[in-house]
Design a protein around this ligand. Structure first.
Ligand code: LLP
Length: 400
């Protein structure tokens, strides 16, 4: 068990802790689920892009799913080989497309016809052939939070089946585009298998039609999105997930690519924060802590649930809101939860904070970002320093 009290003393708070053994376990569980096929796990860098996390995954032979050149460069810097890197995203800039082609990554995942045109133009200018996949929008309701649902026509992501097919035909006849993949991702934190099953069937049917047209797709990319348990929700079993995808792919010979982010790192991460004060307004009890929405935005942005527990404190419990120091009423980690009476310096652990935690943090209110620590083989080590005041003003001070 991790010793949160010791870790908070040693590294101070607010602090992110990642259990690397747990990350390894999650990675191998997923890899194992697809063992009946050639598969490539392209970790979604956006979930947690700390270089040490990426290096760990590189050592496990994972690839990377990236949504900016910054992420591509991070992945490569951490040792993920270029031939395992996918570049997705609805809004790629010309310079990013150019760099992706020059870096010779596995494939660029195209999200619109206009982007197809740009990629073709840029590849022609470079006199290179760009390897691509097309993100198909299967028009499936993923039944998750609307902010992280992506597979419906009303969402900005991907291309509908008919237009995707037309683009594949264009790609086949292009001197500068080589279609090698087909992709879908219908949303994040999915806890119901049905929509993934349906999407797999729809996209696999397009794959088979392309085969008839002599368009040889090698990678079937099922995106990410597997939900994790934040509270007591039932979520998808990996075995069922893999079986659903493999069943849709019967009779084909493609490598399955998946792009999990949250599943790999979500429950492997913890956010530690210290109690500053308790206060009561009228009858409402607040626990004010030193971490804020700038450190962990998910509760404020999505009203997301994260379990909050007091470390090594017992006693009678009562209802309270756990709130941060940022000047916004939306700055909270939990509302109406039961905690024992707390004093200055007591530590709270906020669970399931490994995915979309640190990466979504900001310097709002001129607060430095938290430090990050890895636990591996029973040892702890710093993997990102706490940001200082110097860090905050570094890019501005020369202009005074
Ligand atoms: N692939 C693509 C194309 C994606 O857009 C995403 C996530 C993933 C893979 C990884 O999804 P995952 O396996 O982690 O569910 N900030 C939100 C989540 C945004 C997800 C965006 N796309 C949150 O905190 O819940």
């Amino acid at each position: 068990m991790l010793n949160f009290k010791e870790l908070s003393k040693k590294y101070q708070t607010p602090l992110y802790i990642y259990d690397f053994e747990d990350i390894k376990r999650n990675y191998f569980e997923l890899k194992d689920a697809f063992r009946a096929r050639k598969s490539l796990v392209c970790y979604a860098v956006k979930a947690n892009s700390n270089l040490s996390v990426l290096k760990l995954l590189a050592e496990l032979e994972a690839g990377a799913d990236c949504v900016s050149m910054g992420e591509v460069k991070r992945a490569m810097y951490a040792g993920i080989p270029k031939y395992k890197i996918i570049f997705s995203g609805v809004g790629k800039r010309d310079d990013e497309i150019e760099e992706a082609i020059l870096k010779d990554i596995l494939m660029i995942n195209i999200e619109s016809e206009a982007e197809f045109d740009r990629v073709e133009l840029i590849a022609a200018k470079l006199d290179k052939k760009a390897r691509i996949s097309i993100r198909v929008n299967p028009n499936i309701d993923a039944k998750t939070h609307p902010y992280i649902s992506t597979g419906l026509n009303e969402n900005k992501f991907g291309i509908d089946i008919e237009n995707a097919k037309k683009l594949y035909i264009r790609a086949k006849n292009s001197n500068y585009i080589e279609p090698i993949g087909i992709h879908f991702h219908i949303g994040s934190q999915l806890t119901d298998l049905k929509p993934i099953e349906e999407a797999s069937l729809i996209v696999a049917s397009l794959l088979k039609q392309l085969k008839v047209l002599d368009i040889d797709i090698k990678f079937f990319d099922i995106g990410g999105g597997i939900g994790i348990r934040y509270n007591d929700e039932e979520t998808i079993r990996l075995y069922d997930y893999a079986q659903a995808v493999l069943a849709a792919l019967k009779g084909t010979d493609v490598t399955v690519v998946c792009e999990p982010g949250r599943y790999i790192v979500g429950n492997s991460g913890y956010f530690l924060t210290s109690v500053l004060y308790e206060k009561v307004n009228n009858t409402k009890r607040f626990v004010v802590v030193d971490g804020g929405m700038n450190d962990l935005l998910r509760p404020s942005l999505y009203k997301a649930y994260h379990a909050v527990e007091a470390v090594d404190v017992s006693g009678d419990i009562s209802k309270c809101d756990v709130v941060g120091p940022v000047c916004e009423s939306g700055d909270f980690f939990a509302k109406d939860i039961e905690l024992p009476r707390l004093k200055h310096g007591d530590v709270l652990v906020i669970k399931s904070a490994g995915a979309y935690g640190f990466v979504m943090s900001s310097n709002y209110n001129s607060r430095g970002r938290a430090a990050e620590v890895a636990i591996e083989n029973g040892k702890d080590r710093l993997i990102r320093k706490r940001e200082s005041f110097e860090d905050l003003i570094r890019l501005e001070k020369e202009f005074l």
